[in-house]
Write a protein that binds this ligand. Structure first.
Ligand SMILES: [Zn+2]
Length: 581
């Protein structure tokens, strides 16, 4: 057994998950637990843990896997980091050579390089060559204290300064993947990626510099913002600007303020609202939303008014709603961005705007009111239809109806129209959400086979000959199971999963987490009972299968086998005729 398998089999997945504050309740079946999913907001539990298989699966948001996947997903760390963490917390010594993280040396070097870059940029800004940048920041109302707090800096325009410092300490290969240096086209070395730009260090959640945003200071310098490329440290879709400073305050306030840019964060934060983070221009990803959600499930979205309705903003808002966040929208009048607003109107005015920010659906209804003629029935209905698709996406049924009625009321739309509209909608949704149902005997059979070597030995040789398997919803899972059995290398759940498509893996999860009462010690008996009832259930296909096998045996010249099968066929045909009469 390799170390990963050894670790997985010695770590208790139930205890590990509970250790993260997830309350798990035992269900009726041995080794099955159910709780509220830590990865999405829900009121009724759909997060399943199977202690026997050492797997988890959420039927609400679809996440699932083994204990390593759980730790990776929840802590948002790499496979090796999760491995190390689990080994440490469970007192399992890691084999040194084999399992030392091949990336950890590189990551260590990259962290060091980014630290050096940040201090170089910052020193530039404070030094004699930083006058221009300091003036620029002063014009934007950024104080020297804010410059220090946010570690702002400026990149030397020569394109050589940082490079010279890094070259002495780090290998060319490391430079190349750092995101801080660019290779010359003629191959004669490197130059600095960032030149003459105002530099905003970007930190990971634990506060280490992992990348930079570089803003052009002169008009005409393109692009306006140049960011670090994706590196081993910096993954754009994972990072929120300022989260490492904001997470405590977000926890305390119970909500986060989401703005668009670095300057907005600095302005809003400095005005005393420490729970502010920025998406930095791109639409939010679910990873970013979950990063916020670890600290609060409410958020105020405060984008520039000119972009509040733009595609990226709407996508971000939709992502927040999909992840179960309660979203409010803060729109500032007069096309002012948050940074300008707090400077001009002051912190108190911003606070009162924050407190009065309408819930997303009311804000949307207000937009509808402006867009359509609310004096006519048609206009009001159009307005409602404008909001309805967003309401449709609320996953909780009761909440969906409550919001729909609320919005209909606000727009003056007849309640009956709303009900009709949503009755139609939910039918469509049912259709989309339909996953293939696995019949009970199929679930029981598969579970017995997964859970017991004895059941596999007793049943698989017969079952694999049966044509009825071809009509199983889970036929691909069975086929994979048969193939593994033939290999004779012993059964491992991960091997089985490895042979399946995503859709079949999903089916397998459905089965593994189905609330079937299964007694481990009676698994073989149970499986044989299933086999017998399958044979009785479907004599016709078994007869057909026998005919095929007889032909095959004759073709192969195996007459003995052909005779045996013919007798079996005869017995069955007689039984079937007697049934019919
Ligand atoms: Zn979930």
């Amino acid at each position: 057994m390799d170390f990963v398998e050894q670790l997985k089999s010695s770590v208790d997945i139930v205890k590990t998950i509970q250790g993260y504050g997830v309350k798990l309740k035992r269900t009726g079946s041995t080794g099955r637990y159910l709780g509220l999913c830590p990865f999405h907001t829900e009121k009724t539990p759909s997060f399943n843990v199977n202690a026997t298989m050492q797997r988890y699966k959420c039927f609400g948001c679809g996440v699932g896997g083994d204990v390593l996947n759980f730790v990776m997903e929840l802590e948002r760390i790499s496979f090796f980091e999760a491995l190390k963490l689990l080994a440490e917390t469970n007192g399992i010594p890691m084999p040194k050579r084999e399992y030392s993280d091949p990336d950890s040396k590189l990551r260590g070097a990259l962290f060091e390089m980014h630290e050096m870059a940040a201090s170089t940029f910052h020193a530039n800004l404070k030094g004699p060559n930083g006058t221009e940048a300091r003036n620029y920041l002063a014009r934007r109302g950024v104080t020297p204290e804010q410059i220090d707090e946010f570690g702002l800096g400026v990149a030397d325009p020569s394109g050589q300064q940082l490079l010279r410092r890094l070259e002495g300490r780090f290998a060319a290969e490391t430079l190349e993947v750092s995101g801080l240096a660019m290779k010359r086209q003629d191959g004669s070395g490197f130059f600095d990626r960032f030149r003459g730009r105002l530099m905003f260090p970007i930190h990971n959640e634990s506060g280490k510099v992992i990348g930079f945003g570089g803003r052009a200071m002169k008009s005409g310098d393109e692009p306006k913002y140049l960011n670090s490329p994706e590196t081993a440290l910096y993954r754009k879709s994972y990072v929120l600007y300022n989260l490492h400073r904001a997470k405590g305050p977000v926890n305390k306030a119970g909500y986060a303020v989401l703005v668009e840019g670095y300057m907005d964060v600095i302005g809003v934060y400095s005005a005393g609202f420490h729970n502010v983070v920025a998406s930095c221009g791109t639409a939010l990803t679910n990873t970013q939303v979950r990063a916020i959600k670890h600290h609060a499930d409410r958020i105020v979205v405060n984008f520039d008014s000119d972009t509040a309705g733009a595609a990226a903003a709407e996508k971000s808002i939709q992502m927040l709603l999909d992840e179960g966040m309660q979203v409010r929208i803060l729109e500032l009048e007069g096309d002012r961005d948050p940074d300008e607003y707090v400077k001009e109107a002051g912190a108190d005015a911003y606070r009162s705007r924050l407190e009065k920010a309408p819930a997303y659906f009311h804000w949307l209804a207000d937009r509808a009111r402006k867009k359509f003629d609310m004096r006519t029935v048609e206009g009001r209905l159009e307005g409602f239809k404008f909001v309805a698709p967003s309401i449709q996406r609320i996953s909780d049924r009761l909440e969906r109806f409550a919001v729909a009625n609320d919005v209909a009321d606000y727009l003056g739309v007849d309640e009956k129209l709303v009900r009709d509209y949503f009755a139609k909608g939910s039918e469509e949704r049912r259709h989309i959400n339909q996953r293939p149902q696995v019949p009970p005997y199929e679930r029981l059979l598969l579970n017995s086979l997964l859970g017991s070597e004895a059941a596999r030995e007793a049943v698989i040789p017969q079952l694999r000959e049966m044509i009825v398997v071809e009509r199983f919803v889970t036929k691909n899972v069975f086929r994979a199971l048969f193939a593994l059995h033939t290999d004779g290398t012993g059964f491992r759940f991960s091997d089985l999963e490895g042979r399946l498509s995503e859709a079949d893996r999903d089916l397998l999860s459905t089965v593994v987490f189905a609330d079937e009462v299964l007694e481990e010690e009676k698994a073989a008996e149970q499986a044989l009972a299933c086999l017998r009832s399958l044979k009785e259930q479907d004599p016709k296909s078994e007869v057909a299968a026998l005919r095929t096998r007889i032909k095959a045996a004759e073709r192969d010249g195996n007459l003995e086998e052909a005779m045996r099968l013919a007798e079996e066929l005869d017995r069955r045909s007689r039984r079937e005729t007697s049934h019919q009469v």
